[in-house]
Design a binder for this molecule. Sequence first.
Ligand SMILES: Cc1ncc(COP(=O)(O)O)c(C=O)c1O
Length: 413
Amino acid sequence: MKVEEITGTEAVIAQEKKYGAHNYSPLPVVLTKGEGVYLWDIEGKRYYDFLSAYSAVNQGHCHPKIIGAMTDQASRLSLTSRAFYNDKLGDAEELVCKQFGYDKALFMNSGSEAVETAIKLVRKWGYTKKGIAPNTAIILAAERNFHGRTTGIISFSTDPSSTDGFGPANPGYKVIPFNDIETLEKELISHPQICGFLVEPIQGEAGVLIPHDGYLKKAHELCIKYNVKLITDEIQTGIGRTGKMLASYYDDVRADILIVGKALSGGVLPVSAVMCDDEIMMCIKPGEHGSTFGGNPVAAAVTIASIEVMLEEKLTENAFAMGMIFRERMNDLKAKYPNLISAVRGRGLLNAVDIIPSETYGSASNVCLMLMEKGLLCKATHKHTIRFSPPLVITEGQMLECCDLIANVIASI
Ligand SMILES: Cc1ncc(COP(=O)(O)O)c(C=O)c1O
């Protein structure tokens, strides 16, 4: 099928099915335009976006300041590689280091690459500073984690769909239950070769699982006690998504190594970064790690604009306030339909509603299809959970309209 013959939704989907890998199961909607909280499909129908490209579009679709920074920089200088300096990267590094309170930043592209970078950094620190015997370092991770899709990262995934058929797993990882301080301490006592504990402050892909208050703080205290670095993966939870600039701030934690991505670029480019202090970052020497595109001038310009938009428009504060409204309304729905909704949870605008499966309406993904019909796009994560994560620019009026829309769909089933 030639591109020019494609006119309708079905044709586009058929083309993708024919020529693209089947590694996702998208909703049957073909999008062509986005602005703020809205998306439009090729038939001209408008939707509210309640996924934000898995929390990458926190600043809203096609934010003029971010797009302006990108096009301006792209027309001047797009890529130098880091064989040379460029006149934008330093500004972005300084901005994020000052914003998040670290000595240094290392820019990469995808979130997975940043997680791999953090793994390399903490291992190098473990060998050169902690004195771990060569090639014996262990990194702890939490059950039900999601840190990306590389073969290194899936080596410590507990999700069979991430791992089955992709082995052998890499050694050097140990998985412990999430939100379990006692097991963490037991492992730290038993294995002095542990160099890092990698954890999501809220497990997004697992279904927006929030640990108990103080978990991260206690985990960090233990890491300090046993000379282990706490690595927080804030790729999904960071940049205002949970109603604070970082979800770790709910526990007053400044991780030893911070990983951000997704909304660091406002969702216009793959941009990620790892931040830490010199004690860790300076363990890596020239030639030991890098990326052709990591820290390119366009990524740097977009990062600066994206962080500025977050601050200028007070999007973190808005996420906090809009999240309160959303959960209040969803809890009302849960009280009204206890046989349909079993749980509502979240922080800021990273929220989940658990749907009790039934013969009549099926599972959470069927409810997503019904919401799509009514003009709201969201996605099920695992079988029973719908994640609701709109761009942080959503207004109160829009949020109330969306809550009504969800309530109407729930009432109709
Ligand atoms: C917590 C977390 N870490 C890492 C990743 C991987 O990021 P990317 O898809 O950009 O590689 C994701 C993506 O959803 C994520 O949510």
